[in-house]
Design a protein around this ligand. Structure first.
Ligand code: GLU
Length: 427
């Protein structure tokens, strides 16, 4: 394929995203967040949609380089850091797992004094207080470092938003006081909320959010930098909380309607994840009454419906698919795509066993695979041995060494598909 055609193919994706944004552009409903005065200063028209694949391809349309503050979209990433430092038992002694069905800033503590979940303010303040570090500065630096690793670049603090939030964050300090009184907060209220306000005031773009989401979609490996930011287990737990609690008192509806792990913030951003496939970042600062971006929610609803992304869309289909190029099964060529899971390898094994008599050779191409889950990896190794034993030659094209190396530890080569949207060095 000539480079000309290649670009045209890449544009097909960006054009689809542009068309999606066009469908929501005209919606001017909602209000800018004004309880943090600085947030009311932004241009209400900003609108962006970025998608980053688990293999590191970037597609970004609209105002994708416009900065805004992370706000509550910081919560899943700080939760992931707390889980990785303290483990789920310690974290969940202090904060629950359950959707609260209440607004983000609700006074929400259960009978044991725990906030309902880490995605509402009370729970996020407690989660953030669990981050290791002797001082608030050290704890914030640990958070900034971690969120930057998710984004693949150094994120900076928006000093004006931080100051504005500190000056007006009485309700958050009240929530921290209640957690302190209930014995769920080990820091002082001022220290705990100071770190929380700073994590909320980190500056990002829609593309940063998409890269952060892509890191979650890629089992914790940032697909642009290759850095393993979190373990697959922490990622799974984080995605579960995002799916059940990420959209505040809209979470149940979101689960039904969109069906993707996501987190919104009152800065106008939403990060969403299609596990094993891609991360999505949206930006549009007018908010609905639950505190989520009106046009961001609308864009993600469209994406989910039009691109068929709801997690429960195809419960009976394996996440990965394979094509057999040779229908005679003589010299079988298997091309794998996506995450190679148990179900996919089971299908391969089944096909091979059905046509075992006629197969003369097998070629397996993992070039488009994004991951091989541990069980599937073991099964593929076994399959190699069995075929060798049967004198059936098997060749495996495995450019990322999924089969030979520990699963999830290898990152795919970055590939920037949209020349207009390179990952900025310093936005
Ligand atoms: N910093 C905001 C607050 O605590 C975050 C709220 C949000 O984004 O939902 O009020």
């Amino acid at each position: 394929m000539s480079p000309m055609k290649n670009e045209a193919v890449a544009d097909l994706v960006s054009n689809t995203l542009e068309e999606l944004l066009d469908q929501v552009r005209g919606d001017r409903s909602g209000e800018l967040a004004d309880y943090i005065p600085q947030l009311a200063q932004v241009d209400p028209e900003g609108l962006a949609l970025s998608v980053v694949s688990s293999t590191g391809r970037i597609y970004a349309v609209g105002d994708h380089d416009q900065h805004f503050t992370l706000q509550s979209a910081s919560k899943p990433f700080v939760y992931a850091l707390a889980l990785s430092q303290r483990g789920p038992d310690v974290v969940h002694e202090r904060v629950g797992y359950e959707p609260s069905g209440e607004p983000f800033n609700a006074i929400s503590l259960d009978a044991e004094g725990r906030p309902a979940n880490p995605m509402i303010n009370a729970g996020a303040i407690v989660t953030s207080s669990l981050i290791e570090g002797a001082t608030p500065d050290a704890r914030f630096e640990a958070i900034r470092h971690c969120v930057s690793a998710f984004a693949g670049r150094e994120l900076e603090l928006d000093e004006a938003v931080y100051a504005s939030e500190t000056a007006t964050g009485h309700r958050n300090r009240a929530l921290a006081n209640l957690a302190l009184a209930a014995g769920t907060l080990d820091r002082t209220v001022i220290d705990a909320t100071d770190v929380y306000f700073r994590q909320c005031s980190l500056k990002v773009t829609a593309t940063d959010l998409a890269v952060m989401g892509a890191t979650l979609s890629n089992n914790g490996v940032n697909p642009l930098t290759g850095v393993q930011v979190m373990t697959p287990e922490v990622v799974r737990r984080t995605l579960a909380i995002m799916l059940s609690c990420g959209m505040y008192n809209y979470s149940g509806y979101w689960m039904n309607d969109v069906g993707l792990p996501a987190k919104s913030g009152v800065g106008g951003g939403i990060v969403a994840v299609s596990p094993g496939k891609f991360g999505v970042g949206t930006y549009s600062p007018r908010l609905d009454p639950s505190g989520s971006s009106v046009r961001g929610v609308a864009a993600l609803r469209l994406m989910s419906n039009q691109l068929g992304l709801h997690l429960l869309n195809h419960p009976s289909e394996a996440a990965a698919s394979f094509n057999a190029d040779d229908s005679s099964f003589d010299n079988l060529i298997l091309r794998m795509r996506g995450e190679l899971d148990f179900a996919c390898v089971e299908r391969i094994v089944h096909e091979l066993s059905e046509h075992g008599d006629t197969i003369k050779s097998v070629h397996m191409d993992l070039g488009e695979s994004t991951a091989v889950v541990p069980t599937a990896r073991g099964m593929l190794k076994d399959l190699q041995e069995v075929l060798a034993h049967e004198d059936i030659p098997i060749t495996i094209d495995d450019p990322r060494d999924f089969i030979e190396t520990e699963p999830h530890l290898k990152a795919p080569e970055p590939h920037v598909a949209d020349a207009h949207a390179p990952l900025p060095e310093n936005q």
